[in-house]
Design a protein around this ligand. Structure first.
Ligand code: GDP
Ligand code: MG
Length: 340
């Protein structure tokens, strides 16, 4: 079974992406354009302004240094004549850097073969049962993202089970139960306060007995520096591996785009403990800090699998580095923003 027709046309996805990063692209592309206004040549003063802008756009100092080095070289050779050439050159540096080393980890994903067809690559069929653990700090959007993911897999024809291993608060179980009803997927719940590993145990038992193809496990928000909560994740992993020998096919960290450098600290801590297979970046809508996605990939070399752009189940897009960089360096939103 291939994934999927969920994200219909490329055009539709592009419109969605452009819309979702419009604040970021206004800042980045809009900023570059206004630096260029009334100026004819790319000189050191202009480059310094560009440098300042890129740093303020959260794409990371290391990346900005690499960009400036490349742009200075090209500009001294007279290769950059106008704003379009400059932007094209910046985009190329970013895509070249973030596409290295992060491409090979794409079970859940995505049209990474650059053939520009529908998003999820049919060659990357998931191994069944596909068992996904979703982790992250409080309020980043784990539960909402799980709803979105289950909706995608259900719509793609898989038999989906979700597990409410956030037993910390009864409200968390209720929230996931509401989503499961709305989407029409089955759910495993237990009482508040029960060991989350026992929820995982029961869920995997059901996967085995009832033939579920996709299992997605929700967990309680935990601060990466709280040792006992982090140990709890290891216990869930152990139970998962013991139970059907598969363990978790994916360990996804959800991070909030608006949390900036903090997201990187979180990702490092979770990665050291459980070895993440991917990231999902939420709340890109409504922030001008979308550049942080570039910084995150560059610093962590962990693939971003999806980005989330709102609170409904449709507000999720598979991540593709080139498309993303195109969108934040695009003038399409600029015109829209300016005419609003
Ligand atoms: N604007 C926006 N809000 C989001 C997004 N993802 C989640 N949220 C909201 O963030 C809040 C916390 O989400 P929740 O899934 O409960 O986070 P959790 O504590 O990590 O499980 C809720 O109000 C969600 O509707 C997103 O991509 N964009
Ligand atoms: Mg939650």
């Amino acid at each position: 079974m291939g994934l999927f027709n969920f994200f219909k046309s490329k055009e539709e996805k592009k419109v969605k992406l452009n819309r979702s990063v419009s604040k970021t692209s206004s800042k980045i592309y809009g900023g570059i354009s206004s630096i260029f206004l009334g100026r004819k040549k790319i000189d050191e003063e202009l480059l310094e302004e560009i440098e300042e802008l890129l740093i303020s756009a959260d794409i990371g100092v290391v990346m900005v240094d690499a960009i400036l080095e490349s742009v200075r070289t090209e500009s001294s050779r007279g290769e950059l004549k106008d704003v379009d050439q400059l932007v094209a050159s910046i985009k190329k540096v970013i895509v070249d850097i973030i596409n290295v080393d992060v491409e090979n980890n794409n079970d859940i994903q995505v049209d990474n073969d650059n053939d520009n067809d529908n998003d999820i690559d049919d060659d990357n069929d998931i191994q069944i049962p596909y068992q996904v653990l979703v982790v992250g700090v409080n309020g980043v959007g784990k539960t909402t993202t799980i709803a979105k993911l289950s909706n995608i897999y259900k719509a793609s024809g898989y038999k989906v089970l979700i597990a409410a291993a956030d037993t910390f608060r009864a409200a968390a179980v209720e929230q996931l139960t509401i989503w499961s009803d709305r989407i029409g997927v089955d759910i495993v719940t237990k009482d508040e306060g029960v060991d989350p590993a026992s929820v995982v145990y029961t869920a995997i038992e059901r996967v085995e007995k009832e033939g579920y193809e996709v299992l997605i496990v929700d967990t309680a928000g935990r601060l990466h520096n709280k040792v006992n909560l982090m140990q709890e994740l290891l216990k869930m992993e152990k139970v998962a591996s013991k139970n059907n020998g598969i363990g978790f096919s994916e360990k996804l960290l959800v991070i909030d785009a608006t949390s900036g450098q903090n997201a990187i600290t979180q990702a490092k801590a979770f990665n050291e403990l459980i070895g993440l297979t991917g990231l999902i970046v939420t709340k890109l809508d409504g922030t001008a800090k979308g550049g942080v996605v570039i910084n995150i990939i560059n610093e962590l070399r962990i693939p971003v699998k999806f980005i989330c752009i709102g609170e409904t189940v449709e507000d999720i897009i598979p991540f593709n580095a080139e498309d993303f960089v195109d969108a934040v360096f695009s003038n399409e939103n600029l015109t829209k923003e300016n005419t609003q």
